[in-house]
Structures are given as structure tokens and as C-alpha cells.
Design a protein around this ligand. Structure first.
Ligand SMILES: NC(=O)C1=CN([C@@H]2O[C@H](COP(=O)(O)OP(=O)(O)OC[C@H]3O[C@@H](n4cnc5c(N)ncnc54)[C@H](O)[C@@H]3O)[C@@H](O)[C@H]2O)[C@@H](O)CC1
Ligand SMILES: Nc1ncnc2c1ncn2[C@@H]1O[C@H](COP(=O)(O)OP(=O)(O)O)[C@@H](O)[C@H]1O
Ligand SMILES: [K+]
Length: 474
């Protein structure tokens, strides 16, 4: 599991280790990564052109020290100081001692930026506030031919949220220290970070408020039938999806559900005959279920379907038209429920649920904040879909989904996700676990099915067993 901590937590963990050479450890890891990248790209460090962008804090200090280490191995290093009078004195002296060029001339900096083999972004790290300051902004726009390595995090990305106010530097690799920062895992920040490498420096931070699961974590959550299992004990998922107008959503939600580890899927929506024709495994008779999925393609039938599902004291996953209806009713509609509710909005649906003029774009720009806000307001687990899927619990705990591909942005793939995740709920996973495992496997299935080419939602559903096998290592 990858864990991400807030700036306040990192500062506290650092304070607890006062006196230890944390910066030396950080710099050693940073310089080693840079040397490896240069060796891979051009055979050796000797003779490489390296540009260090150094701001006024310790982040700039890390970059300058790493620049000095590379200079000692024969790299031609130039450092551009964005706040020359406040640059880290010890690191400046170290770089000076190598005979490297130091300048405050931004024209020299920009010219070197374009032609360097490797650029170290040490403008600002976890001490950053607000967007990039004017002196640094040209670097966010300038072209380059070399690799850009962000020190701790790309300058301009908010460490705690992944929000980018204005511009940020776009890194190929981010070398981060001690622990991940949430902004490295959540878009838009994650998109600027490139590949993230963690350099341990001995921090012992508290429990992480933001986690990203990996294969083994998800494998441990997935249901497995035991010798005593029968189809009812494995769980039955009820699906209230599709309508005369949108029958496809029912088919896709059921296709996802059938791969989600339940013993049976009970379809209770309108185009029943069609669903059974395509999926003969499905039950159409009414009966008990262990969880409901309600809303995909429900159209005009959403109000009745949502009321029916919420009235049953089992976990309910609300998606699509069910969310539009819930937005109309407001959080009060969930107030009396004892069983968990899981909401799976995309950014537009999340904006509708939040109301108050919030736009989809604002949700996309502040995913962590908005997912937490929704979860708290509705007292429900929220799976906010999109370029980074974020799963939030009402108490603020968050899991960020690391899998997926932009090819998943295709009509109906959300219906598959809803059905599949609902099945995990019915199979007995808690809402937070079902949402995180559902998003994870759906993302892996998307990658397998798409293989870098356009993909349909139906193909994503078909790839779910392969994703399950991959994640479980079988
Ligand atoms: N504290 C520690 O024990 C360690 C810190 N390390 C490094 O230290 C960094 C944090 O250092 P600092 O606390 O000095 O903070 P930073 O170096 O991240 O930034 C603070 C400085 O940047 C300026 N600044 C703030 N916002 C800015 C913006 N938007 N644009 C331009 N300049 C801005 C501030 O005026 C301040 O001078 C970490 O990111 C990491 O790189 C590592 O060496 C590991 C150990
Ligand atoms: N840019 C993107 N990168 C990765 N995944 C995305 C992106 N945009 C959307 N997705 C994923 O694609 C799926 C689309 O779901 P949704 O918006 O509900 O579509 P639909 O309603 O057509 O089924 C979700 O799993 C979402 O997380
Ligand atoms: K940085």
C-alpha cells in the first residue's frame, strides 16, 4: 500500500527526528536517481548538462546539493537562483566549491532549460503556498529536450490536495522524500508528477489519511468462495438499472455484476427479457438481496427505483440517474438509513449533488476536497470517478485509485463499474473496501481490454476475470 501524508504530518514527523541528517539522506537518494537517469539516457553522468532551478527554501537546498553531487561526477551544472538572496547557504557553498555556474539571470536559465539533459526542479516543495510565483512561471511553459526531475514534488502542485492554481512544472520523475504526498497521487497534481520514486529518510508518520492500494491489498479484500459456500451465501445483488429508454445500461451493469463474486444477480428493472436473453444466469424473480445497485439508465424510473432500494436495509450503491434523483432529494433522503450507502458520481453528478453552483470543472480541480465534502454531507462513501478516482469515507479517510486508463472514458463503462462494485458489496465487503477494490479492478480490466486502443464498456466487463486473476496473482 502506498501511503500519503499531509504537510503538517510530514513536518511533525521531521520534528520528531530533529538532529538526524534527513537532508543528507534525501539528497543522496535524489542524486542517485538523477545519476541513474542520466546513465540510462546518455551512457554516463560525465559531461551531462544539468540545470538546477533553486528556490528560497530547503527544497532548493536539496536540488543544489544534488547538483553538487552530480558536478563531482563530471556533470556540467548550472544553477539558476530564483531568490538569490535567500538561497540555502550551505548548498550554495557546496555547489560553488565544484566550480559550477551560479546565476540569477532568468534568460540564461531559460536558455539552459531548453538544452539541458536533466533539470532539477527545486523551486518549491512542501513549503509552497499558492500558485507558482511570476519568476518561476516561464519554466512551466518553456520547451525542453531533457528530463525534468521534480524534487519532493513538482513546483506549483499543492502537496496536500493535488490542486494546481495556475501553472506547475511538468516532471518526468518526481523523487519524493519520507512519504508520498496526496498531491502526487491525485489529479491534476498526479499528472504533473510523472513517475514517483520514494526515498525513505527514516520518517515515522502516523496513520495515512490518503492511501493507494496495490495488487496484494486488493487481493486480500476480494471474496473467495469456501467449501461451505452456496450461491445464496456468496451473496445476491439486486440490480435496479435500465429502462425502456436506456436498456443498455441494464445489460452493462449486469455484465459487471456477474463478475463481482456474488452467487447470483437478481434483476428487478424494466427490460427483464432482454437482460435474460443476454445474460441467462440472471434471476428475474423478486426475493432477498444482500445489496442493491440503483440508477444506471433508470431514466424516468429513477425516483421509484431509488425509493425502493433505500427502503431496504441492505447496502445500496447509487449511480447515474439515481444520483440525479438523490441530488433533487438532498442528503436527508439517506438520513434514516442504518446500512451503508455508496455513491458513484462522475464530476458532473458530484457537482449536482453538492449544489450551490459548484461546477463539474471545480470538482475536477479539487477532487480530494470535493469527494470528502460529499461523503461528509451525505453520510455515505463516495467514489468520485474520472482521471483519478477518489474514494472518500464520511470521516475523511481517502483511497486514491492508481489503476485505469483514459480509454475508460467511454459510454457505459461507469455502468459496468456500478454493477461490479455493487456485487462486491453484496458479497460482503464494506462500502469503502468495495469501492476501492471495484475501482481498482475496473481500472486493471480497462487497461487489459484497451491495450492502448479504443475499448467498449462491454469489453471492459469481459476483461474483469482477467483483471481479477492478475491482481490475485493466479
Ligand atoms: N524539513 C526536513 O527535515 C526536510 C526537508 N526536505 C526538503 O525541504 C523541503 C521543504 O523546505 P522548506 O520548508 O524550506 O520549504 P520549500 O523549500 O518547499 O519552500 C519554502 C520557500 O519557498 C517560498 N515559496 C512559497 N510558496 C512559493 C511559491 N508558490 N512559489 C515560489 N516560492 C514559494 C517561500 O517563501 C519559502 O522561502 C521539502 O519539500 C524537501 O524538499 C528534505 O531535505 C528532507 C528533510
Ligand atoms: N480521463 C480519464 N482517465 C481515466 N479514467 C477515466 C477518465 N474519465 C473517465 N474515466 C473512468 O471511466 C468511467 C466512466 O464512467 P461514467 O462517467 O459513469 O460513464 P458512463 O456513465 O458512460 O458509464 C469511470 O470509471 C471513470 O473513472
Ligand atoms: K519542487
Amino acid at each position: 500500500m502506498r501511503e500519503a501524508h499531509t504537510v503538517a504530518q510530514v513536518r511533525a514527523a521531521e520534528a520528531a527526528l530533529a538532529g538526524q541528517p534527513l537532508m543528507d539522506r534525501a539528497v543522496a537518494g535524489l542524486a542517485a536517481t538523477c545519476a541513474r537517469l542520466l546513465a540510462r539516457r546518455r551512457g554516463r553522468v560525465y559531461g551531462a548538462r544539468v540545470l538546477v532551478l533553486a528556490g528560497s527554501g530547503d527544497n532548493g537546498g536539496d536540488a543544489l546539493f544534488a547538483g553538487a553531487a552530480l558536478a563531482r561526477r563530471g556533470a556540467a551544472v548550472t544553477a539558476v537562483l530564483l531568490a538569490p538572496e535567500r538561497a540555502h547557504p550551505g548548498a550554495l557553498a557546496a555547489l560553488r566549491a565544484t566550480g559550477s555556474q551560479l546565476t540569477a539571470d532568468q534568460d540564461v536559465g531559460l536558455a539552459d532549460f531548453r538544452r539541458a539533459d536533466l533539470i532539477l526542479d527545486g523551486i518549491v516543495g512542501i513549503g509552497g503556498r499558492g500558485g507558482l510565483r511570476p519568476a518561476a512561471q516561464p519554466y512551466a511553459r518553456a520547451g525542453r529536450r531533457g528530463l525534468l526531475v521534480a524534487v519532493d514534488l513538482p513546483s506549483g502542485v499543492d502537496a496536500d490536495t493535488g490542486e494546481v492554481a495556475g501553472e506547475a512544472l511538468r516532471a518526468d520523475v518526481t523523487v519524493t522524500f519520507g512519504t508520498h504526498k496526496p498531491g502526487l497521487l491525485i489529479d491534476p497534481g498526479a499528472e504533473y508528477a510523472g513517475t514517483v520514486q520514494l526515498v525513505p529518510i527514516g520518517l515515522r508518520p502516523p496513520a495515512a489519511p490518503v492511501q493507494a492500494l496495490q495488487h496484494a491489498d486488493v487481493a486480500a479484500l476480494l471474496p473467495r468462495p469456501g467449501a461451505e459456500s452456496d450461491k445464496y451465501r456468496r451473496g445476491v445483488l439486486g440490480v435496479l438499472a435500465g429502462s425502456e429508454r436506456y436498456p443498455g445500461a441494464a445489460l452493462l451493469a449486469v455484465a459487471g455484476a456477474l463478475h463481482g463474486g456474488v452467487g447470483a444477480v437478481r434483476y428487478q428493472g424494466r427490460p427483464g427479457e432482454e437482460v435474460v436473453r443476454r445474460h441467462p444466469e440472471v434471476l428475474l424473480t423478486p426475493g432477498r438481496v444482500q445489496a442493491w445497485v440503483v440508477g444506471p439508465g433508470s431514466g424516468d424510473e429513477a425516483p421509484g427505483a431509488l425509493a425502493d432500494a433505500l427502503a431496504d436495509e441492505v447496502p445500496v450503491l447509487v449511480d447515474a440517474d439515481g444520483l440525479t434523483e438523490l441530488a433533487r432529494l438532498g442528503p436527508g433522503a439517506l438520513a434514516g438509513r442504518a446500512a451503508p450507502t455508496l455513491l458513484t458520481p462522475h464530476t458532473g453528478e458530484a457537482a449536482r449533488l453538492l449544489g450551490g453552483g459548484v461546477t463539474a470543472q471545480q470538482v475536477a480541480g479539487a477532487r480530494l476536497h470535493r469527494a470528502r465534502e460529499l461523503a461528509e454531507r451525505y453520510g455515505a462513501v463516495v467514489l468520485l470517478k474520472g482521471s483519478t478516482t477518489v474514494v472518500a469515507r464520511p470521516d475523511g479517510a481517502v483511497r486514491v485509485n492508481p489503476t485505469g486508463t483514459a480509454w475508460l472514458a467511454t459510454a457505459g463503462s461507469g455502468d459496468v463499474l456500478a454493477g461490479f462494485t455493487g456485487a462486491l458489496l453484496a458479497a460482503g465487503l464494506g462500502a469503502f473496501d468495495a469501492a476501492s477494490a471495484g475501482a481498482y479492478l475496473h481500472g486493471v480490466a480497462g487497461r487489459i481490454a484497451a491495450a492502448d486502443a479504443p475499448v467498449t464498456a462491454g469489453e471492459v466487463a469481459q476483461a474483469l476475470p482477467a483483471a481479477w486473476r492478475e491482481v490475485c496473482g493466479v
